[in-house]
Design a protein around this ligand. Sequence first.
Ligand SMILES: NC(=O)c1ccc[n+]([C@@H]2O[C@H](COP(=O)([O-])OP(=O)(O)OC[C@H]3O[C@@H](n4cnc5c(N)ncnc54)[C@H](O)[C@@H]3O)[C@@H](O)[C@H]2O)c1
Length: 445
Amino acid sequence: MAVEAQGGQKTAGIKPATGKLGIMVVGMGAVATTLIAGVEAVRRGLAKPIGSLTQMGTIRLGKRTDGNSPLIKDFVPLASLDDIVFTGWDIFDDNVYEAAAHAKVLDHDHLQQIRPFLEAIQPMPAVFDQHYVKRLNGTRVKKGKHKCDLAQQVIADIQNFQKTVDRVVVLWAGSTEIYLEPTEVHQSIAAFEKGMVDNDPSIAPSQIYAYAALKCGVPFANGAPNLTVDLPCMVELSRQNSAPITGKDFKTGQTFMKTVLAPAFKARMLGVSGWYSTNILGNRDGEVLDDPESFKTKEESKLGVLDYILQPELYPDLYKDIYHKVRINYYPPRGDNKEGWDNIDIFGWLGYPMQIKVDFLCRDSILAAPIALDLVLFLDLAKRTPQLANIGIQEWLSFYWKSPQTAPGLYPEHDLFIQLMKLKNTLRHIMGEDLITHLGLEYYD
Ligand SMILES: NC(=O)c1ccc[n+]([C@@H]2O[C@H](COP(=O)([O-])OP(=O)(O)OC[C@H]3O[C@@H](n4cnc5c(N)ncnc54)[C@H](O)[C@@H]3O)[C@@H](O)[C@H]2O)c1
């Protein structure tokens, strides 16, 4: 592999992260405002980027005895936080300060310190249709003859922003849409474009933003469980325009815990007979998910992980009869401070039953913001990396998703630590470093 020296780094043909990185966020609610306020707070030295692998994580290079573990951000050429510029879209008029105050994730003092910066970011009018998010009623919504016209307006927004920055990534942090399944209209770019002109109901607003981004050659990350880029037409567009895509639905609280605990049970060959997960949540996301059609989208995303991790077809004695239930209850007093409660019925030697209870009193957007940051930085890296830019789906970013996206026919890897190894080995690979397999026999020669 051609590895050239550049700025003290081996960059394997990766274009440097010079200039401004523009992040366009669809939906400037709790997650988006916590991300934007957090990046600004970190830039001003008011806080640390805790929870962000790109900012705080290290990567071992070479043997354990080499003692070489640089920070990831010093190893791969990532955009600096100082070079990030934010804009976005929302259906409400609020600027980012007002939206952050409404979301009540960050406290008053934190927000006051960066208030003018946040007030200066005003979302653009959105592509929105209440059919797809029943509990919201938008006031700042684009108008157009048909969905194709709306897509052209989003393309114009992206192109205008592109004139002011060097590179762009689009992040969906908008609400969860109703449950949709792929139809004929999603099978090719041509069918999708015709479907937009025909106002096909299986084309949701999130798909219109994704189409616009990919059409502009811009990477797209989907923080919600919506059917958006996990479609043949979007994969085709992503590859055609070198615009990386990846999975969906940030893996933050309960599912994060699930993808840590389930591999542990399987590693020890402990059985699982039941896993009951419930949540109480009082933010706008919770209100949207109170609608059964939006909840179904979330439920599908949350339910998928256990089957893939536990592989009941390989271990029928341990996991064949597992009863898995997920509930989300809207409970306004808690706001963004979700409580995720799990009861896990496991069984051990000779089938004797045991129970584990997990009660995660988390803060939803505090967990999601660093994931959103890492994703946009890594997608921007993928776009600049010759080995990654044209492949479409970035499976190495599965680490961040409840529903990782894979090549057709390939089952997704949900185990958090396998995902982390895959991510770090991808970084080593693109930088021309040896992969780490953890074999380790060389230490005993
Ligand atoms: N916070 C977490 O831990 C977490 C984890 C996984 C997934 N998510 C998902 O991330 C998304 C955002 O979560 P949140 O807590 O910030 O929700 P939120 O309700 O605070 O923010 C969503 C914003 O999107 C806007 N919106 C909705 N449809 C839009 C459209 N078509 N165009 C532009 N804006 C639109 C809404 O007006 C709102 O301001 C949700 O879908 C949620 O399910 C969050």
